[in-house]
Ligand binder design. Sequence first.
Ligand code: C5P
Length: 212
Amino acid sequence: MSRILITSGPTRQYLDPVRYLTNASSGRMGRALAEAALQHGHEVIVVSGPVALTYPPRARVIPVVTTDEMLQACQAEFSSCDGMIGVAAPCDYRPAQVEPQKMHKAGVPRPLTLLETPDIVATLALTKGTRWVVGFALDTEDHRFRALAKLEQKRCDLMVMNEPTAIDAECTSAVVIDPEGQVLESASGTKEVVADAIFVVIKQYLIGPRGQ
Ligand code: C5P
């Protein structure tokens, strides 16, 4: 049995006490992957941003809000895990300044300076040692090229390519590639079906030889 860390859902970066930057990630793919890993007999820790769904009761869930919080929670758990799947859609930017009070209209444009947040998958993979890391790539163009570039930059062992239409959807399609750019799996259907197909590849290529 392996212990698997899964990041899931969006993160939020607050502009003021009531407004924030985020995206439409539902956490469905994270939940489906958690379920697949549990079904295959593994232990699962989910670090999740704010979502409306509930994760499988057998998963340990750590709720977070911001990208920094997600990174800190993952760093605390990763050392005791055998691998991680980064399926969350963390905010890549945060406002340079967070207003302590609600912003009020002043009749003039209000420029917003955004700073980059840390990349969770890339940061964890820097210290992965013998642990495995699977990333997700969602791009609007040059899918294969960008996915392979991300796999290298983020030091992932496998990269799952999916489409922008996957966000907040019931169904999806995904292609799993290895560091040579070879397609190991291509699946479409409900997120549960696709997650299981992805997990079978993870088991075959990453868990099997080392973990069991
Ligand atoms: O670069 P991009 O955001 O498209 O990369 C997607 C992959 O990186 C996903 O696995 C996602 O969970 C992860 N990621 C991350 N931390 C971020 C942004 C993306 O772990 N701040």
